[in-house]
Ligand binder design. Structure first.
Ligand SMILES: NC(=O)CC(=O)C(=O)O
Length: 274
């Protein structure tokens, strides 16, 4: 099997949804000129990351942003992991939702952020997603011709149980559309991507929005890809742009064979305490 190429797009999000869709399109078109297999967008890429915006920007499934991404996937014959957007259901509940489209533009996965980001750090970041969002309830994986992928959103990645469940379901790479901030980013971002990669012997890929110091929530940026051995294979700074990373799934198999962590687990012990 040949290697897989992923474009990770670290774009700026503005208050104008159409501008955001145009920015995403510009980067997707550019990345697809380089023959990538998959394109990944950041968390809340069509709406500034702010709880009061979520109800205003929310769309039903099959809404404008959904159709836009599906059409782009079909046009370029590429997988698109559509970062996330505020999604509303028919009962008026709002979710932080990521849709995945295949090369024909068909939806093959949907993840609603499971862990809502409610934090209050003294002298640092405050955020309360539960003011306007509801939590999802599913562990999300999807298949491609290359491998099975796990998908979760930002704060979800702090919960190792969720990544482990994806790996138990076959994931060899985990994709995280995200938007860490200037308090938690420098402290935890890189180490989380390395830890989850090493613990699970998977590729971990974090796609952040770029940093906008005039926004109410300032994103850390630093989109990243880490190998199943814990090596950083790509990393950005805070500015807008993208990188293309190469995934070799035989490397995941090699590492899992040589250091068979997953089969050395003592599930008989752990289950007694969880
Ligand atoms: N924005 C998030 O969901 C999470 C985050 O910024 C963090 O965990 O830190």
């Amino acid at each position: 099997m040949r290697h897989m190429y992923l474009a990770v797009i670290q774009m700026k999000t503005t208050e104008d949804k159409l501008t955001n869709l145009k920015t995403a399109t510009k980067f997707i078109n550019k990345a697809c000129e380089q023959k990538v297999d998959m394109v990944i967008l950041p968390e809340m890429f069509n709406c500034p990351y702010n709880t009061s915006n979520f109800p205003i920007y929310a769309e039903l499934e099959n809404g404008d942003t959904y159709k836009y991404l599906s059409d782009l996937a079909k046009k370029h014959k590429v997988y698109i992991v559509g970062g996330s957007i505020p999604e509303k259901d028919f009962n008026g509940n709002i979710y932080n939702t990521s849709y995945v489209f295949d090369r024909k533009g068909k939806q093959i996965a949907k993840h609603r952020k499971v862990h809502l980001f409610n934090i209050q750090i003294e002298g640092g970041q405050y955020f309360k997603e539960s003011d306007t969002l509801n939590a999802g309830n599913n562990v999300t994986t999807f298949n491609t011709e290359f491998a099975t992928f796990g998908l979760a959103i930002c704060y979800d990645f702090r919960f190792p149980e969720l990544s482990r469940m994806m790996v138990n379901n076959g994931a060899k790479a985990i994709i995280i559309p995200a938007s860490f901030n200037l308090t938690t980013g420098p402290a935890h971002w890189e180490i989380l991507f390395k830890s989850r990669a090493i613990d699970n012997q998977v590729y971990t890929i974090g796609c952040s929005s770029s940093r906008d110091c005039s926004a109410s929530y300032i994103s850390y940026g630093n989109s990243i890809a880490v190998s199943p051995w814990g090596e950083i294979i790509n990393r950005m700074d805070e500015k807008e742009g993208y990188f293309i990373c190469k995934l070799d799934f035989s490397y995941v198999d090699k590492i899992r064979n040589e250091l068979p962590l997953l089969s050395h687990r003592r599930l008989d012990l752990y289950n007694q305490n969880t």
